[in-house]
Write a new protein. Sequence first.
Length: 278
Amino acid sequence: MIKCVCWSARVFNIFRFIAIVLSMSTVSFAAAAIPTNGGFETGNLSGWSTIGDANVENPTLGINPPSGHFQAIITTRSNIQMNPELPFSGANAVNISALETFTMGFVSSQIRFLLELNGYGNISASEGSAIQTTFSASAGESLSFLYNFLTAEGGSNDFAFVSVQPVGGFDGPDLLADVLTSTPVLSPTIPIPGGSVPGFFWNAETGYHQFSHVFAEDGLYSLTIGVADTGDTEAGSALLIDDVTLQAASSIPAPGSLALLGLGLAGIGCGRRRKQSV
């Protein structure tokens, strides 16, 4: 009877040790805060800062949102182009310097470097549009959104980009899509003020894809999503955006806690073998 009591105490202590280890080393986060109006279901861009031609569209655009009834659209359209393309928002796309300042807080060559990385270093970006929001994130949380790149370009390599950076810091933008990665499809019917016309503005699209980014540190971050025109300004491009979400990390044991768990279980096994040999 005494041996049985000692064995029970040993098991109890081992499991108590394991519980303490897991509680201290498990990766766990509270529910993440969703960026304001991440699905654009308000029917507008509330919660977002904008520059250039940025608006919210419903399925009458000719392309259905991945979810809900609305999706954001940013374009390179301008009513001062050689072949006028009326902006969706009533505001023209802005020059590349203004777009860079909006994205990064200062003018640099970072966005132009995207062209060089993509094999079009001799062509400069000329104009574009973007949307931006600011939010808090914790280490391990994941930011994601869906995007669809539309274009009517055939010779110039228009592109879409994203920048996720700490407020007050700089990480540089990443390429989302460009003309080279678009797949030609039948053009949708594009509505313009005063009516609609068959969609010769954009005759290719990538279809919706997902972008995701996992945060390494807690902090306040800005998300900027943009589209830029390169070379000529006669043919334009656009980017559809939807379902911007911030997801919390899963509650999973860290590697160190798993190792300690294994040691604890091994201790139980050794204890049982000793008990059986007595």
